[in-house]
Design a binder for this molecule. Structure first.
Ligand code: CO
Length: 507
């Protein structure tokens, strides 16, 4: 039983006290994990959720938005990688603590075309091929904007994001797709717009900002850094726009901000497009680590900060591959940056089946800290925790400033790779950790931290987690107390949602 009546205490494991207990957690059953990978079958509108454990959070108002792949198979053909699946948005709106669920596929051009004939007619970046073999795929460089990575609200619109192309605007209530948006002319049609915007409460500007970027890459890479007003009547208005060009190919999925800087890590990888052009591989499968190359930090002064107008800094970065950063802050002339580092770029090869992968063959993500000295132009790396983790966050009020705590999805076991089954809270200073585990048959996603409205203490608030409950083969929403990871409420959802990507909270 995951949420059995008698095993409640098993979910809360305080490592420092019971270090052996987390190691002893039974290993997972691969079918419990892979059973999450199936098409979302229906679209629902404002269905009230019934609580299966705990109690509604009194006075809670706001909306949890989540994005992730919702179509993984058409006409018997599977995507090669879940990241190639069409985006499906789930919104869970809380009205005085009572949640209501609405979900919609993002009705992209490609989704509508493929839905009509129930067949994949586009190649996927992560290796999904059209039927008909290499010849059918060679030289077909068209791609589908799958809008599956993140979902945020900007101005009056909800945006479904996918980094290689433009954002799709959705109606915030119904989630109906309005269409590709240029954000009132800010973007060229279908211009690349990152899937990792930061909501910045700590900038030198007077209001809340949404800071994000787009990258155009090739032999040189140009980063467009954009800062939008994110509050009041003028929410959605572009305030700041700057472009910087760097040498070399850059794969930039995420970035970090401090009040004065935007920090990018250019991984030491090369892109060899030939197998993609020849129809043998997806574009992302053509990325390969280059051990002879140095990773670089691109550190761009923010135009809302003290160093506006100055050129960016380029500083050698530590070895390893990063998708996601956790947080950054400034300390004298240093930037401290926490990120999830992999030893190498993890990619699902052309002959592998993503639903049956051997976790041991892939590098695991580890929480590490870079100290970047802006004066000496050097960086150093230290490991904060060796335990496999992903999707780490800090209290959104601390973004860009020092943070004592981080929450993340982690494996149940302490070492090696595996599926994400636990939520971990770590004190970044003392390294003390506590866990909540959904194991052996539950699988977690990115925790979304919502700070307490009545307390300014950094670790007071809620964590919202969409969980794949392998035992009942369905999705649950779990709300934990951010401070002690106690389970406060569990709701069984009326739809099954595959392991997903990112989400946000809208007040
Ligand atoms: Co991401």
């Amino acid at each position: 039983m995951i949420f059995g009546e008698n095993d409640y205490s098993n979910h809360l494991i305080v490592t420092n006290l019971q270090d052996k207990k987390i190691n002893k957690i039974q290993s997972f059953n691969k079918e419990d994990w892979s059973s999450a990978y199936k098409n979302v079958e229906k679209e629902l509108t404002k269905v009230p959720l019934t609580i299966s454990k705990g109690e509604n959070i009194k006075d809670l108002n706001g909306t949890l938005l989540r994005n992730g792949p919702g179509i993984l198979e058409r006409g018997g053909q599977w995507v090669h990688h879940p990241f190639d699946g069409d985006g499906m948005i789930t919104s869970i709106k809380f009205e005085n603590g009572q949640p209501f669920l609405t979900n919609r596929f993002v009705k992209t051009k490609g989704y509508l075309e493929e839905e009509k004939i129930n067949k994949f007619i586009y190649r996927g970046v992560f290796g999904t091929q059209k039927n008909g073999g290499i010849l059918k795929n060679a030289l077909d460089l068209k791609f589908k904007n799958i809008a599956n990575t993140h979902v945020v609200k900007l101005g009056n619109e909800v945006l479904a994001l996918w980094e290689a192309a433009g954002p799709h605007a959705l109606d915030p209530e119904s989630l109906d797709t309005i269409g590709l948006t240029t954000l009132k002319g800010v973007l060229k049609p279908n211009e690349a717009f990152s899937a990792h915007p930061k909501i910045d409460l700590n900038s030198n500007a007077s209001s809340e900002l949404l800071v994000t970027f787009g990258v155009q890459t090739g032999p040189k890479s140009t980063i467009r850094l954009m800062e939008f007003n994110n509050a009041g009547e003028n929410a959605g208005e572009l305030l700041i726009d700057r472009k910087d060009t760097f040498n070399g190919f850059a794969f930039l999925h995420d970035f970090a901000i401090t009040p004065n800087w935007a920090i990018f890590l250019q991984n030491a990888i090369d892109f060899n497009p030939l197998p993609f052009l020849m129809g043998q591989k997806g574009a992302a499968q053509c990325l390969k680590s280059n051990p002879n190359k140095k990773a670089k930090f691109f550190i761009i002064p923010r135009e809302s900060g003290l160093f506006k107008g100055q050129p960016p800094l380029v500083i050698d970065a530590p070895e390893g591959f990063v998708f996601h950063h956790v947080n950054a802050y400034e300390k004298d002339s240093e930037i401290i940056l926490d990120s999830i580092f992999y030893d190498d770029f993890p990619s699902v090869g052309p002959d592998e089946n993503f639903r049956d992968i051997d976790f041991n063959k892939y590098p695991e993500g580890k929480l590490k800290r870079s100290t970047i000295d802006l004066k000496k132009k050097t960086s150093a790396l230290e490991t904060i925790s060796k335990q496999c983790c992903e999707f780490a966050v800090v209290n959104p009020r601390n973004l860009g400033l020092t943070a004592t705590f981080s929450w993340m999805a982690s494996t149940s076991q302490k070492l090696g790779n595996g599926p994400l089954q636990a939520i971990k809270k770590i004190n970044l200073i003392s390294k003390e950790e506590i866990y909540w585990s959904a194991g052996p048959s539950g699988f977690v996603s990115e925790p979304i931290m919502i700070p307490s409205e009545i307390s300014s203490k950094e670790d007071e608030g809620f964590l919202f987690i969409l969980l794949w409950n392998g035992e009942r083969r369905g999705s649950d929403l779990v709300i934990l107390d951010a401070k002690d990871l106690k389970e406060l409420a569990v709701y069984e959802l009326p739809i099954s949602i595959p392991h997903g990507l990112h989400g946000s909270w809208v007040n």
